[in-house]
Design a protein around this ligand. Structure first.
Ligand SMILES: [Fe+2]
Length: 321
């Protein structure tokens, strides 16, 4: 696949300065990192009608199967954000600097005041989302989470890669990740994760933490009222892998398939933090293994325990970011 051509809505100089700050942050002490320096303005009027249409088509397709496939906690969080099919999500309140043509052709005039999702999200969990210029180094990403802020891609994929995108875009980040930030239990888990990962200086634990992120935040499943549902953003935002993951079968003792291979039917394993942290993952095909939570409290509590183990309770409490 060649380079994906996005419609860029970010201002070049602002992006350059923000990226430089994010690239520099790993050389700083945890307390010295100010994640606000990594963020860029979402120039909302620069989205084209086609951008809004791509969003609408992705959004509508996933909304059609939400009740059947997706966690109740996630669906409740989605309602908090008041996302709409007509236009891309706005993160922070803004006044339009130019006319904006929505998916259905409706025009929002320059000067129109719009409310962003952070206005609604803040009331529920004190989390917020901010645009970033591109990939952040791991430590910079963790610093954002530690401050209850989610670094968010604000570009939307072009229609030519509607079904498979090897990198995050605003659909993956806002539709896929942000709804769970409205759940205080999940939000607390994610902040604890960020703090632990930010303070951790042991490569062995950093590797384990990246696996934990992968098998929960990105590709996690949860059992609700006897049925397995998706909550990981990589599944919520992927029409095909979401359906595939839900066809999984519970691992039967002593008969687990080889790890790290694509399969016809995925293996569901009960969530166990230590086991998750020891499981390798691959990024270029559907996951052969998914871990299934019993509740988000289970994830939060396991993470709190692990964070204390990794960085110590006194350091964890002392961190002010
Ligand atoms: Fe993600």
């Amino acid at each position: 696949m060649g380079t994906i051509q996005y419609n860029n809505i970010i201002e070049g100089e602002e992006a350059r300065v923000a990226q430089a700050a994010a690239d520099l942050a790993p050389s700083l002490l945890a307390d010295e990192i100010d994640a606000r320096k990594f963020y860029v303005t979402q120039h909302y009027h620069k989205y084209t009608q086609e951008d809004h249409r791509v969003w609408r088509d992705l959004f509508t397709r996933r909304m059609g199967v939400l009740e059947e496939q997706v966690s109740r906690t996630f669906i409740d969080g989605l309602a908090v954000l008041r996302l709409s099919a007509d236009r891309l999500p706005l993160l922070c309140d803004t006044t339009l600097l130019g006319d904006c043509i929505m998916a259905d052709g409706t025009v929002l005039r320059e000067g129109t005041r719009l409310e962003g999702i952070n206005r609604y999200l803040g009331e529920f969990s004190d989390w917020s989302s901010f645009g970033v210029p591109g990939y952040l180094p791991a430590k910079s990403f963790f610093a954002c989470l530690a401050q209850r802020q989610f670094p968010t891609t604000v570009l939307i994929r072009p229609r030519s890669v509607m079904d498979y995108l090897p990198e995050p875009d605003i659909f993956h980040d806002v539709f896929g990740h942000v709804p769970l930030h409205a759940s205080r239990v999940f939000a607390d888990f994610l902040q604890t994760y960020g703090r632990a990962a930010l303070l951790c200086e042991d490569d062995h634990h950093i590797k384990r933490l990246s696996r934990l992120f992968w098998f929960t935040v990105e590709f996690g499943l949860i059992r609700e009222e006897g049925r397995v549902k998706v909550y990981g953003s990589g599944l919520v935002s992927s029409h095909s892998e979401s359906a595939y993951s839900l066809r999984g079968q519970w691992a039967s003792e002593g008969k687990e398939a080889e790890e790290k291979t694509a399969r016809e039917v995925a293996e569901w394993r009960p969530f166990d933090l230590d086991r998750v942290c020891e499981t390798d993952f691959e990024i270029d095909h559907f996951q052969p293994i998914y871990y299934v939570l019993e509740s988000f409290e289970q994830l939060r509590d396991a993470m709190s325990k692990y964070a204390e183990q990794v960085v110590g309770s006194s350091r964890l409490k002392a961190i002010t970011v």
